[in-house]
Design a binder for this molecule. Structure first.
Ligand code: PA5
Length: 453
């Protein structure tokens, strides 16, 4: 099956080896009808807001106005999980390699992230930056995540030490509009603030100021990003199969999952999509990895997602994918052309194992390797999906973000789980509070101490 949507030019195909899926498995059915209806219902009832974010024209205007007022050479994001992965994905995909090292020709601020509470990372980052040239964006929807709080306390003191009373002019807090300690602190100390809509969870928040503010500062056209996302939302919420690509891909993966394919290998053929794979992995894992379904039955749902980068992981993972446990489905993402073509010179004539490459572009080699790997897997009866985009730009990345968010939401409905909570993560957060001595967590702390004995 090969589909092409002219407005978007995203192609999608599913390779179905003999033990794969039949056409009847992936055509319109009760499963897709229910998933679509359920998502529409959640959107209309105000429970789920991510698919409507591209319609918000006001937030990009506010972001642009803010960036005009608060200019910066460096943009330092302090946040973790859904509060940092999306911004990192946008930066890595849409800014040139070595953006931070570019001199005068650099468009936008340099970008730095403090996500982990790793002393080496934090120390090295702060040594590199000058406070007066830096905007610090602390991002936490709950306003109470330990890693973000710790890193922000260090960064806040760093700003204060150097800038005195003016430190607050360098801080933007992105958090819940109504509650949380970060919001209270921002009000008390006078930080600029942006909000995460209450109906948009952390891992679905990249198209809110969580991702859009850093992206805008670093030179990404957030309006084009939202255009691509809006077009994919239109497709995902209105089109029928087979043109509804997010729904179709969710159905294919659902069928494979039901046949025991408990791992998905996401393999984009572009190094620029490495962080995008990290973002997708979190979206998939936290949304679908659930012990209980919506009726309270124990299901242990979910699918392990491994991020792999073509061609690099052909030399690392493909051996396992072809000959190891037959429990995976591979999702290839191919990119038509690079921003700049690099030609391989017609040299080394006397060395035939190299010279045949001369005259081709690197993109041609990359794409040939992607197709070759798909074929190699199919010839071993290992199933894969393949999607291709014409190039990496704001529009296609916006479309991909919405594609994967919708796909995740649809699969959540098919599996009958709540894709929008994360009780497993919350538990770990509460245990950390207890171990680090947060008041009110004494009982939990005693239980943990007993466990560790
Ligand atoms: O997707 C999620 O909800 C989580 O990954 C959160 O984004 C992450 O735990 C950080 O939470 P917060 O934004 O509240 O600091």
């Amino acid at each position: 099956m090969l589909m092409k949507l002219p407005a978007l030019d995203i192609r999608f195909s599913s390779r179905l080896p003999s033990h794969g899926l039949l056409d009847s498995d992936i055509s319109h059915c009760e499963v897709t009808e229910q998933a679509l209806a359920a998502l529409h219902h959640r959107i209309q009832s105000g429970e789920v807001g991510f698919a409507r974010l591209p319609d918000d024209r006001e937030t990009p205007r506010q972001i642009a106005a803010h960036a005009r007022r608060m200019k910066a050479e460096n943009f330092l994001l302090v946040g973790i999980g859904g509060s940092s992965l999306g911004a990192q994905a946008l930066f890595t995909a849409l800014r040139p390699w070595y953006h931070n090292w570019l001199g005068k020709q650099r468009k936008g601020a340099r970008f730095f992230v403090l996500d982990n509470v790793d002393s080496d990372l934090v120390d090295a980052t702060l040594r590199m930056l000058k406070p007066r040239e830096t905007v610090v964006n602390v991002v936490s929807k709950s306003g109470g995540t330990a890693e973000t709080a710790a890193n922000f306390m260090i960064v806040r003191r760093w700003l204060m030490t150097s800038l005195g009373k003016k430190f607050a002019d360098h801080i933007v807090a992105t958090t819940d509009p109504e509650k949380g300690e970060l919001l209270n602190l921002a009000r008390q100390e006078g930080y600029a603030t942006f909000t995460v809509p209450p109906d948009v969870g952390g891992r679905f928040s990249v198209l809110t100021p969580v991702g859009l503010l850093p992206a805008h500062y670093c030179g990404v056209s957030i309006l084009k990003l939202l255009d691509g996302a809006r077009e994919m939302a239109r497709i995902g919420l209105n089109e029928k199969l087979p043109n509804n690509l997010p729904l179709l891909s969710a159905l294919i993966i659902y069928r494979y999952l039901r046949r025991g394919r408990t791992t998905q290998v996401f393999m984009p053929y572009s190094s620029c999509l490495q962080s995008f794979a990290d973002w997708y992995r979190q979206l998939w894992a936290e949304s679908l990895g659930k012990k209980f379904d919506r009726h309270g039955q124990t299901v242990h749902a979910g699918q392990t997602l491994l991020g792999s980068i073509g061609t690099i992981d052909q030399h690392s993972q493909v051996q396992l994918l072809r000959e190891g446990p037959d429990d995976k489905v591979v999702f290839f993402l191919q990119v038509g052309k690079s921003r700049r073509e690099t030609k391989i010179p017609k040299d080394l004539k006397q060395y035939p194992s190299s010279s045949y490459l001369g005259g081709h572009t690197l993109a041609e080699l990359m794409n040939a390797e992607c197709r070759a790997t798909q074929y190699a897997l199919a010839s071993d009866d290992r199933p894969s999906l393949a999607m291709s985009i014409p190039e990496i730009n704001e529009y296609t990345i916006g479309a991909l973000i919405m594609f994967f968010e919708l796909q995740t939401a649809f699969l959540g409905e098919m599996l009958g789980v709540n894709a929008y909570d994360q009780p497993g993560v919350e538990e770990g957060k509460l245990n950390t509070f207890a171990l680090m001595g947060r008041p009110g967590y004494e009982e939990r702390r005693s239980a943990l101490k007993r466990f560790e004995k």
